[in-house]
Design a protein around this ligand. Sequence first.
Ligand code: ZN
Length: 432
Amino acid sequence: MTLFENVRIFDGTNGRLSDPSSVLVRGHRIERISATPIPTDRRADTVLIDGAGRTLMPGLIDMHWHTMLVRFTPAEVLAADVGHWNLVAAAEATDTLLRGFTTVRDLGGPSFGLKRAIDEGVVTGPRIFPSGAMITVTSGHGDFRQMFEIPRVLGGPPSRMETLGGSMVADSPDEVRVRVREQLMLGASQIKLTAGGGVASPHSPLDVSTFTEPELRAAVEAAANWGTYVTVHAYTPVSIQRAIAAGVKCIEHGHLMDEATARLIAERDIWLSTQPFPQEMADVFPEGSDQRAKAEEVVAGTNTVYEMAKRYKLKTAFGTDVLFSQALAQRQGALLATLGRWYTPAEALVMATGTNARLLALSGKRSPYAGKLGVVEEGALADVLLVDGNPLEDLTLVANPSKNFLVIMKDGTIYKNTLAQPHPRGEAGVAR
Ligand SMILES: [Zn+2]
């Protein structure tokens, strides 16, 4: 058990702090929240944390993360020793949790093994909602083959990236169905397809549309049969509109969308999971390269997508989509803080906690974690941060987690506590 005393609560849905309160965590869950002291047995293994009026808030959620692709580039992945790759990804997972991100939705990469090790307590890291391999078409975003691997023999052996489970190529509704069902069998909580061109892949211009509507529909049907949903990588109006026509429930990115597309997203009540791309994202790619030019175009769309999200009141989730850069990953919280350009601190923090968790809940029974995430309320899973200060007044506090997050708890377990004191033992009674 852990008892937080004298904390002011940001609950993940409401943009105000509570009066000074006590919060009791028992096992994996928040058991009780009270404005009056909560009696507890001090002889037991109860950890007492005196918040001294600081802020207790839900753990942060990153809705667009690549557990396996933060530190390794695609070239390194293709050449990787799989054991080494997983160990490096595990180290990054530990860093992710210690940045206060207690849950990530993984949108491409073979994160199943690492997720299992984290859930078993073997490795420290966030909760992972895995998609498994991202599913793409020949030449699409996520097709990392070399030109000499063309032509593919239908029914022939998989490419290296497919063998690794990073991405899967599917060129008909039937192939799409197979690949979707395989990821579901492996434990995917949602399915990710790439509906249009992307920055990081070698063969897809940004403007292209990839899957046909029947192919997208096959994925949606297979996921729906399994009780979950499809989200698509899509920047352009055509790719977004086609995905929505096929029954896709969530759009990733959207940085090149237009007004008509934003209106459609609003009308159909589709989720927009987008990211404040920083200039550093483009700087990852060599100057003068194709990928650099694509990245610059997308980075420039960041302001467009957030202005439209606000104007059309789109259901908007927050993520970072950090790829191939440990240095950028260390700025995960700083990327959240950049939402301050478009949103109040309360709006940004509600998005990164309670709202993100509502999108996670679309996984239904395919969610790997039974219980409510992204909120501080009785009965919810105990993923909480104790913040030194009030992030609803100063959003930049989340940009420096090592200094400002004094306690990090996931699933009722404390992973960081800079307030830890020797535990008072042999003293029965009521805590203050
Ligand atoms: Zn991504």
